[in-house]
Design a protein around this ligand. Structure first.
Ligand SMILES: O=P(O)(O)O[C@@H]1C[C@H](O)[C@@H](CO)O1
Ligand SMILES: Nc1nc2[nH]cnc2c(=O)[nH]1
Length: 264
């Protein structure tokens, strides 16, 4: 079994070789619904299928393209991950964390983790972006092994959140709760999330964030509320609704990313 950090270095070396960029500065992981927003960042130098990079898995989820692009945004070399590997795909937590580990090995100092998620606040209509202030990981999984005692206070950088709110004072903040998935939540589970202080529910992000902290990345988490959480509207949940909400919000999300990324 290859050491996960050796595999991350192999991936970083391949990314440098294929992009012609020795060092990238910012990694941007695009979650469900965020794909169309990336257009606002400009035309990538190159787009690489993840299957051409060591340790990456092919995309398994609609709306996750399964490619890595290198794009220059405001003088920053951005590594754009169009899609991610989810814990529910069954490849394990190390596979979930691999992209952020590869990004750190490629020279990045900051990672922006985006996702599509359910919102618990009635005022958060589908299409509402929310800064992640903290998380609750209900998967019981982590990519860290052994006595790797990592501090995870201020995991979602207060500094970067303040910068984002300067750029867009309308941005709310919330606590993101990761469920294992792939099923959505029951109404009873959403009532539990409210009781434990959660505001957003998803199936990604928290394992990546902890792995990113471990390799020294500063982290910004951005959720796109694609639907009201289960039980709030009486309507069933559906992934196509998640992607529709992303397409509808693409212009606003793209403008937000285009303003945030150059300052990272
Ligand atoms: O990659 P993210 O967390 O944005 O994807 C969300 C969670 C599930 O994978 C999927 C469910 O619709 O969207
Ligand atoms: N767990 C979870 N993930 C989502 N992704 C998009 N919407 C949701 C949701 O309501 N719950």
């Amino acid at each position: 079994m290859t050491d996960p950090f050796d595999l991350a270095q192999q991936a970083a070396d391949r990314i440098a070789e294929l992009t012609g960029v020795a060092t990238h500065d910012v990694a941007l992981v695009l979650g469900s619904g965020w794909g169309p927003a990336a257009e606002a960042l400009g035309t990538p130098r190159i787009e690489i299928p993840t299957t051409d990079i060591p340790g990456f898995h092919a995309s398994a989820v609609a709306g996750h393209a399964g490619s890595v692009a290198s794009v220059e945004v405001g003088g920053r070399n951005v590594l754009l991950f169009r899609g991610r590997t989810h814990l529910y795909e069954g490849h394990g937590a190390a596979a979930v964390a691999h992209p952020v580990r590869a990004a750190a090995a490629a020279g990045c100092s900051t990672v922006v983790l985006t996702n599509g998620c359910g919102g618990l606040r009635p005022e958060w209509k589908p299409g509402t972006p929310v800064l992640i202030s903290d998380h609750i990981n209900l998967t019981a999984a982590t990519a860290l092994e052994g006595p790797t005692f990592v501090d995870v206070t201020d995991l979602y950088s207060t500094r970067l959140r303040a910068m984002c709110r300067e750029l867009d004072p309308t941005l709310d903040e919330g606590v993101y709760v990761q469920f294992p998935g792939p099923q959505y939540e029951t109404p009873a589970e959403i009532r539990m999330v409210a009781a434990i202080g959660g505001d957003l529910v998803g199936m990604s992000t928290t394992i990546e964030a902890v792995a990113a902290r471990h390799v020294g990345l500063e982290i910004l988490g951005l959720s796109l509320v694609t639907n009201h959480a289960a039980g709030m509207t009486g309507e069933p949940l559906d992934h196509s609704e998640v992607l529709d909400a992303g397409r509808a919000a693409a212009t606003r999300m793209g403008e937000l990313l285009a303003r945030i990324v150059p300052g990272l």
